[in-house]
Unconditional design. Structure first.
Lengths: 140, 414, 414, 140
């Protein structure tokens, strides 16, 4: 089992303390929020698409929670602009863990992937491929 | 060490009964298990009682007329007597075995609450109730049209007894109060609350999940109508809880779940119910778990409940003092010398879950989250807290390990 | 011995895993345990899994963020997957752990029945239902104004399927049928009944308490909406039962008991529910029992369910034939070559309880009584019956011991 | 543990096969019935008191069930005439077991004592010392 302290590398702590793209977008194409019951983490993402209706122009997020969930949201917010919704859809757990660059202990995976799930669910709801849900949750 | 009337615990001898405490975690660290309010560890004596049951006299109860069944029945029935006596009840008829404390709450909520409550009735809880009672009575109120009220807590984490005296009225049908808060550590004046409830002809349900494992409990002294606790928090197995109820109340209550064992006569048209406590135990009951829990009570009584309590109070106060040495830790609830063996806290700038991850690396197992008291955490203004909780096998050195690990977390997040 | 496709069981090797079978009872007689339909014995592998849990990774689940909690959580969740798969379910989301089969029945009765049934609705049971379903649906019907009907049995102890086809109508909301009767041994055509139920938009609940331990079960092939069974009847521990439910049904259902673990968000005003299956598991769950039951499934799968079934069928037929050699024994239910591994009977002039007392003297443990099917016994015109039931570790010699002991009883009562 | 077969001595079997005082009394002072769920045993006793309202003149019983319960009822029916209700009240489990003259295994004690409990409860209800109950039951 990997050491939990390894999760708290400088990069993570930096994103936690100084989150990038924190705030709201004035005219988001869609917004979606999510909740991780196991840590009580909350995240809300605003996404603005380009005119092609496909490609992400900008994102912003607001949130509260543990360092892993908040740093993951911040790092993801830097990675999303320029990606298409299809590409977002293809992101998986490993991409997120690669992005974080640390070994996440099994107990904390849900914190790490919350941001990805929120954006994916928001995109699916926007595209009409999923039913409207108020909130994405990771299972407790 | 000062001379005390109570002989101190021989913690080293006790630890030898708990092989799990020898475990290493996190790539070679000694386990420091401080999550006892969630579940306690299980001594060899209890594990052996389980194995002995399955290897020697496992059988269904009340049903066969063969020797195995007789032995299992006697052991299972005696376990009821023992657990009744453990909290000051009279005998097995006042002791129902459930799955856990949560089911004990639901049993009374379903068998009594759903049948008796209606619009205009009130159920008075406290702001520090566990989800086991809070969600249950909230939903029963919703189904019946009754109303739920919450006795507020003071800044120090005590119940506001003036408010309690005002909130409990003629409309109150039940007061449900946690004996020892699993988050704040507050030891509530359950006897006083019982008096107030009874003055208004209301019943009192005491949630003893944290109290029964850690201090002498006497339901008759409290004058509790119902008292619930869990086996897995008092050295016993998972899968068993206890509901003490006054005999005349249990007798008057409708059954809870239906099935075998709880009936007397059944036809295709109708059924009649068995005597106490079996009326409330439908289906094949928690036989091995009952036998094992009785063994856990023996263990506790051999060690001595007063000694356990004294040991815990000492550790708790020490932990409280050490954790608050630096100025950046908020501990929730009453002072360190007036609380049960739980210390919930937050360190400035470190989310409780990050803290617990780091502590885990140092072998220190604590719980982080809302401890099944989400609304209380809202009241405290935090989403989560870290909680260290102690039991008879914990040591001052383990408290030191906790404090040292918190220091490491501070360094990381500095 | 003839060549069979299925390799026969190595019963001697199996018996070595069950130390209780070496026991002596009744002042020195070898135990002949033929009460398996009441509860099965527990192999060392399962007992060891329980001990290993408590000695190595006992912890509350889902709640801590420490390594012990992680290990316990993974084991407990995996147990759900294993049990789901065991009966052909998809995954853990379709598998709820309860206390026993009885609680599984009550779960659906409370969470679905009480909320959905009303006057004009009908619940169709069978005359051979166990009290677990019979009493439960009878009482739910009484509370909701729905009506209960019973599919009659034929003289041979089969379900009267013509009657079933007539009784299941547009008014039927649920059909509850025992898969293998614990009294008659009848193996019911649950797939056909499911088709009839579904043709009328009714759900089907299959009580698999006697079936899941003794034959391959595939809920998808049956197209069962709900399927329930008990750990203690399939080499597992007491205190755990299983409820398989189709995902979309469980998702649509209200919760059952309230408390921790089954919630998502809680405020003083309201609560929201957790995902499947946790929505139905309130409070600290049956962790050790889940782990142990998964081990029991491993044991069964190692031996091979088909081999177990074949072995039981052979023993059952042999017992049926031997018991009916003389003319003074009534065996209830279908012929010996078409039934589950239970043989309920009465010997002329000997009350079943007297018989079982005498059998006990010869070490033979059977059950005497109504086997939680009182109304069925009324239908059969007897107050009680003796029941011998077999499992993988039983032998032909044990059947002979049964028959010999019945002879002794005959001599006493002659 | 005693041997169950020892329970089935000739005396017991004789009373089981040829129960004494089986039937009904024409004018019972009181009647009461009882049930033993563990064996399904049923017993109903009629009791006729002498004019002193104290002393039992005659009893009769009807019943169905195992040999132990029925033999016990038969033997008790021979013992009761001449006893006062106070004496009946003082009967306990040991008296019944002495009367049976065999060692009753623990599983069967309820069968053995059902007759005694039925008569005692009937007498108490008659004397107004106990609430009217339809049926005495031994616990399951
Ligand atoms: C057919 C059947 N259904 C239900 C049950 C109830 O099982 P449990 O007592 O484990 O709840 C049993 C066993 O007693 C049974 O044989
Ligand atoms: C105060 C209190 N009440 C109730 C419970 C619920 O106990 P269980 O989960 O065993 O039902 C707990 C423990 O989780 C508790 O601490």
């Amino acid at each position: 089992m990997s050491m939990g302290s390894d999760m708290y590398r400088q990069q993570i702590l930096d994103h936690y303390r100084n989150p990038r793209n924190q705030g709201e977008l004035p005219e988001p194409t869609f917004s979606h929020e999510g909740y991780n019951p196991s840590c009580g983490d909350e995240l809300e993402f605003d996404v603005e698409l380009r005119d092609d209706g496909e490609t992400i122009e900008r994102v912003a997020f607001r949130g509260e929670g543990c360092a892993i969930s908040q740093a993951s949201a911040s790092m993801l917010s830097e990675k999303l602009p320029g990606m298409t919704l299809d590409e977002v859809d293809e992101l998986d757990r490993d991409d997120v863990l690669d992005m974080l660059g640390v070994e996440v202990t099994p107990m904390r995976i849900k914190c790490a992937v919350l941001s990805e799930k929120v954006v994916q669910d928001g995109a699916e709801i926007y595209a009409g491929e999923a039913d409207e849900v108020d909130q994405t949750t990771t299972e407790d | 060490m000062e001379a005390t009337e109570q002989a101190p615990l021989d913690v080293e001898a006790i630890r030898a009964d708990f092989p799990i405490l020898e475990r290493e975690v996190a790539d070679g660290r000694d386990l420091v298990y401080l999550d006892n309010a969630a579940t306690s560890q299980t001594p060899d004596q209890v594990v052996d009682a389980i194995a002995d049951y399955y290897r020697r006299y496992n059988s269904n109860v009340h049903r066969g007329l063969h020797e195995l069944s007789q032995e299992a029945s006697v052991a299972y029935e005696d376990a009821h007597d023992k657990l009744a006596e453990f909290v000051g009840g009279e005998d097995r008829e006042e002791m129902v075995f459930t799955k856990n404390t949560t089911e004990a709450e639901n049993l009374v909520a379903f068998a009594w609450g759903l049948n008796e409550l209606g619009p205009g009735d009130e159920v008075v809880l406290t702001q520090m109730e566990h989800h086991a009672s809070l969600v249950t009575w909230q939903q029963v109120a919703e189904k019946t049209g009754a109303e739920v009220k919450y006795i507020p807590i003071t800044d120090e984490g005590y119940l506001d007894m003036d408010a309690a005296a005002e909130m409990i009225t003629e409309d109150t049908q039940l007061v449900n109060v946690v004996h020892v808060s699993n988050t704040l550590g507050t030891v509530n004046p359950v006897g006083d609350l019982a008096d107030i409830a009874h003055d208004h002809d209301a019943f009192i349900f005491v949630d003893g999940a944290q109290a029964a494992p850690t201090r002498p409990v006497d339901v008759q002294e409290i004058d509790a109508d119902f008292y619930a606790f869990s086996g897995h928090k008092m050295l016993g197995p998972t899968g068993i809880g206890c509901l003490y109820g006054k005999r005349h109340l249990l007798e008057a209550m409708e059954p809870y779940l239906y099935g075998g064992m709880m009936i007397k006569k059944v036809t295709y048209e109708d059924s009649t119910w068995n005597d106490l406590p079996w009326k409330f135990e439908a289906g094949t009951p928690v036989i091995a778990q009952g036998v094992a829990l009785a063994e856990a009570v023996d263990y506790i009584e051999d060690v001595g409940m007063e000694a356990i309590q004294a040991h815990e109070e000492e550790l708790t106060e020490y932990a409280y003092d050490r954790l608050t040495e630096t100025g950046d830790v908020d501990v929730y609830g009453p002072p360190g010398d007036d609380r049960g063996a739980v210390v919930s806290f937050n360190v400035d700038g470190i989310h409780a879950h990050d803290l617990s991850s780091i502590l885990n690396d140092y072998g220190v197992a604590i719980r982080a989250g809302d401890h099944c008291t989400q609304p209380l955490h809202d009241t405290l203004g935090v989403a989560a807290s870290a909680r260290a909780s102690f039991y008879l096998y914990n040591t001052r050195e383990e408290v030191d390990a906790l404090v040292d690990a918190v220091d490491e977390a501070r360094d990381i997040f500095a």
